[in-house]
Design a protein around this ligand. Structure first.
Ligand code: GLY
Length: 366
């Protein structure tokens, strides 16, 4: 099993990465519990698949587990779900020594992390991410939160887990579409800070998608190392952490304008968003044509979507820009974008011109 330690003055917790480790999950988690009880919040899909193995494993470790299965979707990622989940947890007579386990994908992890951060002013929680996207991005670094009618993830907290446990075996039951969506976040690390990793992905990316365990462990490990380094340097996103948002300001606008319908899931919107950011970086003269095509071709080779779907092409450029203004990085209506300086280096572009964005959207919509 591989271990990364995310550590700075305020934070210190391990990220464990392995294959076929759920059978030992009870003992793995026990070291991080303050009493022998956990609340396992999972989404209904993984609940049916993994309840037995988790139950047996916690039983073996002599830890009581209370399962709470919920249905999650971007539409249900809201404060109402947080309220009802909190009530379910509190109704069991929760106390400050209890631990909440988030067992599921990124949406579930964000909801559960946020809920854990507010019950009794903060309970310990453990992330066990079950999708590629949550394994390489959302389970690490303590961003928790839910959507609001005005935009994505507008309510939330920075609240670090006690432990993250990643089992690549769970990816065997993950639909290919979800794998691809997660892969978009993996490429992101190559583009923003790890050019060698990008080169590795060009050669090995298909193996990651097709199920090669070693390739998956390598890609997840390297992604989590990259993410940990950024979070260690800037937990609350005062600077460098914003680089992790490459493509996300576009992506979030796409998801929101699509009313969070499931025909575009988060990683797909991010995939389109990253390629738009790459295009803009090229148009602005920050990267050359060769680099731009190297990025775009890799998205294409892997089978990721890079252009806006038909229904969104009908949306006006003005609407896109208004939607992007709702981004959390916006200050005084001025849009911040993450652009690419070279492969392996991104930068924060503050006050990006609205008229340039309008022009760009006029080109990519019809
Ligand atoms: N997913 C971006 C971040 O954690 O900062």
């Amino acid at each position: 099993m591989k271990k990364i330690r995310l550590k700075n003055k305020q934070i210190d917790y391990p990220i464990l990465i392995g294959s076929n480790i759920y059978k030992d999950i009870g003992l793995i988690c026990k070291k991080y519990l303050e009493k022998n009880r956990v609340f396992i919040v999972c989404d209904n899909v993984v609940y049916d698949l993994y309840k037995k193995v988790l139950q047996n494993s916690f039983k073996k470790a002599n830890v009581e587990c209370i399962f709470i299965a919920i249905t999650v979707s971007e539409k249900k990622k809201n404060i109402i779900t947080v309220a009802s989940l909190s009530s379910k947890i509190i109704s069991h007579g929760v106390d400050r020594k209890d631990t909440i386990v988030a067992f599921g994908g990124g949406i579930l992890g964000d909801i559960v992390g946020f809920t854990a951060s507010i019950i009794l002013r903060g309970l310990n929680y453990i992330q066990i991410p079950t999708t590629l996207l949550s394994q390489v991005d959302s389970s690490v670094g303590g961003k928790t939160g839910v959507n609001n009618i005005y935009g994505k993830n507008l309510l939330g907290s920075f609240y670090q887990p006690r432990l993250v446990v990643i089992d690549t075996n769970v990816l065997k039951t993950l639909p290919r579409r979800e794998l691809l969506a997660g892969y978009a976040e993996i490429i992101k690390y190559g583009i923003i800070k790890d050019a060698k990793f990008f080169d590795w992905l060009q050669i090995n990316g298909k193996k990651v998608i097709d199920g090669n365990t070693n390739a998956r462990i390598y890609a997840i490990h390297r992604s989590c190392i990259n993410k940990s380094q950024i979070v260690e340097a800037d937990e609350k996103e005062h600077g460098a952490r914003a680089l992790l948002n490459l493509g996300h300001t576009f992506g979030h606008a796409i998801e929101s304008l699509n009313n969070y319908k499931k025909d575009i899931i988060h990683g797909e919107a991010v995939s389109i968003g990253i390629t738009i950011a790459a295009k803009l970086s090229y148009v602005e003269g920050y990267i050359d044509k060769k680099t731009y095509y190297k990025i775009e071709n890799h998205f294409n080779d892997i089978g990721l979507q890079i252009s806006l779907p038909k229904n969104l092409k009908k949306i006006t450029a003005k609407k896109f820009v208004s939607e992007m203004i709702k981004d959390k990085k916006t200050v005084n209506k001025e849009i911040t974008l993450i652009l690419i300086e070279k492969l392996g280096k991104a930068f924060i572009h503050k006050k990006y011109s609205h008229s340039k964005l309008l022009k760009l959207f006029k080109e990519i919509t019809s």
